[in-house]
Design a protein around this ligand. Sequence first.
Ligand code: ADP
Ligand code: MG
Length: 686
Amino acid sequence: MNLMTLRLEEIPVRHIKGVSARREEELHAFGIRTVAELLEHFPFRYEDYRVRDPEEVGDGEKATIRGRIAAPPVVQRYGGKTRMTCRVAAGRMLVTAVWFNRHFLKDQLTPGRDITLTGKWDRRRRQITVAESEFPDRGAVKTGTLQPVYSVGGGITQNWMRKTIAQALLQFGHLVPEVLPPGLIERRGLMPRREAMMRIHAPGSEEEGAAARRRMAYEELFLFQLKLQAFRAHTRRKRDGIAHRVDSESIRAFAAGLPFELTEGQKKAVNEILRDMRQPYCMNRLLQGDVGSGKTVVAAIALYAAVKSGHQGALMAPTEILAEQHLRTLEKLLGPHGIQVALLTGSLTERQRRDVLAGLQMGVIDVVVGTHALIQDDVQFRSLSLVVTDEQHRFGVEQRSILRRKGIRPDVLTMTATPIPRTLAITAFGDMDVSTLRERPKGRVPVKTYWVRPGMMERVLGFIRREVAAGRQAYVICPLIEESDKLDVENVIDLHRRMVEAFPDFKVGLLHGRLSAAEKDAVMRAFSSGETQVLVATTVVEVGVDVPNASLMVVMDADRFGLSQLHQLRGRVGRGTHASYCVLIADPKSEAGLERMRIMTETDDGFEVSRRDLELRGPGDFFGTKQSGLPDFKVADLTTDFALLEMARDDAADLVSREAFWRDPACARLRELLTRDPVFQGEQLD
Ligand code: ADP
Ligand code: MG
């Protein structure tokens, strides 16, 4: 092997002394095949074997003490077990060391010999229950150090892992390469990579371990951000998108024709979107805003601009109910301008579908609304230039390549249902430009939220009655984990029956996932038009449904919902000018459940809700089971490494914005790392 070109990621672990074929197999189970992968199996904490004075060890603490054996040990036997005690002089204190079932050590405990003991300290008895001991005359290895603790299992023990990683560092440590640009290491005061790799596995002090960890966490975040930022910069440099030709005058005229004035946030977002659309690169923008902040009209203006420029637009919705609602909204907003809007969902008849497909291909249809099958398979556009989509089916590599195969490079606008905490936004959406709607339209009254126990149901019914009598409408939501769960469907049907009985003089609708698309549509229309006053539903109404006259949201078993879901549900009311209310009925059994109810009643601000949601759940669970786009970081922690993350993002963006990055040989290794990533699909990076 040529040592000069040897790369740790190409050296199999069996080249490490002491790694047998069997151990190699066992390491594979951990996903560790190469020396590089072994060295990146970082410890998740350290065990402290630094010698302490027993005077200073607190009762019950685990500590290491040093002493000299003062008397021969005494072994007691009971029921097949043994308890061995031995007097040890530690400083000025005489200590009793206790071993359980370790009597085989007896012969080594000779009076006068030095020993180090690690174990749990009983302060009153001056007694240590020994977990491990070492003799300095035999070269104590652990004593005085911080020992790394790794995740281990199978046939691999903690000690074997420690020994093997130490051996790997000894044999191959000199081959650990630097991957960060030298300027960055200096500017950010980071530990060089080789040193960090040594220190993270064997720190001389807590500070050293922390500095090594910080360096590795930064690197992890930086490389991830570099990918996102490079992708963003690369897309812009390519200039192979559609440069829309929209004149500001027609946009102003369109806005003037709306039944309301755009908020400042909406105006700013529209300008940012139009600026991107006019450029010859592909827009990749996220529109984020709280529920009810008015994202749809912003999307409508973008679609209008696409059509005005002679192209077509598509809007992808997460559910059919929403697709149909968007169709109605867009027909209302765009129809008067002579724009043809059509619906394409799974529930069209074969004939209707054929007509829509033909219309899109010929360009008779300007804007199509549908679920995510929209851009797939047999759908051909005359000239698709803008795709508006929601966060749930964010445009990934796959969709981009579907479109590219069709020869289309449209602008993409992604809308989020709820605000996303900054850390997660930077990570999950870091490759996008972001427009944020902070305020809600003028005249909105915050939704008042109450949390009541199930025993208060009678009063809740009275509340519903009062609102409906005043001309308003109410939702009653029944939790449902799985649309396919028969039991849950029975629950919602049962709840509907109870509501019908409670309100013989009102019309009560019923909506759940088991209804056919046509049935759902009929139920929604009836509620939208005010024909039904109360709608009993599952979370199919969670996202996006817009009925401004509804002023009361009642959520049954509210503790079964997550925070962002509750906030989404609450967002169904307070969309008009009427005072609105959200009543959460719950008897939470867990502290987290209680906390969710507290947060909901304390704040109506989605940005605040999501921040506290992240605190409560941690980044892994924040996006729930939906594809999160969050990578599994080995060292970095998105809940605590916020400053490091922002630093890494800024540095990565700064680096790729320089022309040199794309050519400089010093950055070749970084560029190579990028081309291996699926988002680039082997694209040429210079
Ligand atoms: P979301 O951001 O939750 O998707 P929508 O786009 O559904 O919000 O808008 C919520 C409601 O607010 C809709 O009824 C919409 O017509 C209305 N709306 C949007 N923008 C404004 C505005 N600037 N002034 C008044 N009402 C608005
Ligand atoms: Mg919406």
